[in-house]
Design a protein around this ligand. Structure first.
Ligand code: ZN
Length: 424
């Protein structure tokens, strides 16, 4: 007999509260999804009372397997269905040099570039691909700006299932190469992520593929993997919860998932404080910040054409309730930054902490600097910035911000002349 290791009990509609059994997969609440696009988002409910008796700080600290050590709080019932590449347990860097250069006395960077496909999306896809296997799907399909697709293709390869990926026409060569190497079937869609998303949704419906596009109210499990960021941060800080968690946001599932994770820990009794969630967007893709400030529902904000060099947060539509729920419940902050501020923060991180992140990952650092400067975050507060992906995945936008290296004759006198010139 298979032992159910997960304490997940049901799907629960975030709008009307209706519950659905986990035994049969549903994308969204049948009653609420007819109200409009992205409506009827489902959350995963867990038996947190039972978790109290099964999980203690010592139990978790003694488990050595990264990520899946939190199996009770993840939605895979049968451990033999788990598809893992050793994701999670990424470094939490005490970033004193970066902190002092932006005026933060207590700054940490959660270095998600160390995951198997070099981004935080590995947390999402170890869960989604495992869940596809558990439900018996043979194919997954998604639309992505890049990191999600790279992770999906790697985990699908490991699981031995097919993976169809619909990407926007501007997706970087590095990211597409990664997908093709894992034998994903990649289709470029003219336009942006929104257009790719609608093709992906329709294809999954018609061909019965497991739809794993994240950032949509369509895939209820997409918030579950990111919860482990909260669990790890708490454990790495000896169960002391930082004041602010600053996250770059595209769709917002990770933002919502991290918040859910911190709430779990408090409810189980492992911590006694909740952080404030701080959402970082680009000036050219500011929809959630706008909705939050104008106190609107996510579905009341019309889509825009997004503009930013930060591919991971270049999203022109709000696809679900998660980011606003987390902002409202945590009395959070939302802020936007310009591309110039993003690149400045990216360079600062590379110089002060030797951490080369992609532009989207630098947005939290740029936002933190802005909020410290305008006094919305105090200089003695503790902050964790989520550094979501590696810089090598998105180098094209940096070209115009960097000086090309000089070339000289193979001669020491030429070098001396150059160094003399550079001193001036
Ligand atoms: Zn409902």
């Amino acid at each position: 007999m298979v032992v159910n290791v997960s304490l997940a009990v049901s799907f629960k509609c975030l709008e009307c509260g209706k519950e659905y059994p986990l035994t049969e997969f549903v994308y969204s609440c049948r009653a609420c999804s007819s109200k409009g696009m992205f409506r009827g988002s489902l959350d995963i409910e867990y038996d947190l009372e039972e978790a109290k008796s099964r999980l203690s700080k010592e139990t978790l600290e003694n488990r050595k397997t990264p990520f899946w050590k939190y199996k009770e709080l993840l939605p895979i019932a049968d451990e033999s269905h788990i598809v893992t590449l050793g994701e999670g347990n990424t470094q939490l860097i005490k970033a004193d040099k970066l902190g002092s250069s932006i005026g933060a006395s207590n700054l940490f960077l959660k270095n998600e570039t160390r995951n198997p496909t070099w981004s935080f999306k590995d947390r999402v896809f170890t869960v989604l691909v495992s869940k596809a296997v558990e439900y018996g799907y043979k194919t997954i399909g998604l639309a992505s700006t890049g990191n999600a697709a790279a992770a999906a293709s790697a985990y699908a390869a490991k699981a031995g299932i097919d993976c169809y990926i619909f990407v926007s026409e501007t997706t970087s060569t590095a990211k597409i190469t990664q997908m093709l190497m894992h034998q994903a079937k990649v289709v470029k869609i003219k336009g942006g992520l929104t257009e790719a998303g609608s093709v992906s949704t329709e294809a999954c419906k018609q061909f019965n593929w497991f739809h794993v596009t994240t950032g949509k109210s369509m895939q209820p499990f997409s918030t579950e993997g990111p919860k482990t960021l909260a669990y790890e941060i708490a454990e790495q800080l000896n169960w002391e919860i930082p004041d602010n968690i600053i996250v770059p946001v595209g769709g917002g599932d990770t933002f919502g998932g991290i918040w859910k994770g911190f709430k779990d820990l408090k409810e189980i009794g492992l911590t006694n404080k909740l952080p404030r969630m701080v959402l970082a967007e680009a000036e050219g893709a500011p929809l959630i910040t706008k909705a939050f400030r104008e106190k609107k529902q996510y579905y009341q904000v019309p889509p825009i054409e997004p503009h930013t060099i930060a591919a991971g947060i270049k999203v022109g539509i709000i696809t679900g309730p998660w980011p606003l729920i987390a902002l409202n419940e945590s009395h959070g902050l939302a802020e936007t930054v310009s591309d110039d501020e993003i690149v400045e923060a990216e360079k600062l991180m590379a110089v002060k902490e030797a951490l080369f992140s992609e532009p989207a990952s630098a947005a939290p650092v740029a936002v933190l600097k802005k909020l410290l400067d305008n006094g919305k975050i105090g200089r003695d507060e503790s902050n964790v910035c989520i550094i979501t992906g590696s810089g090598l995945k998105d180098i094209d936008p940096l070209e115009k911000y960097l000086e090309a290296p000089p070339m000289i004759k193979p001669d020491i006198r030429a070098l001396k002349a150059l160094l003399e010139q550079q001193k001036q």
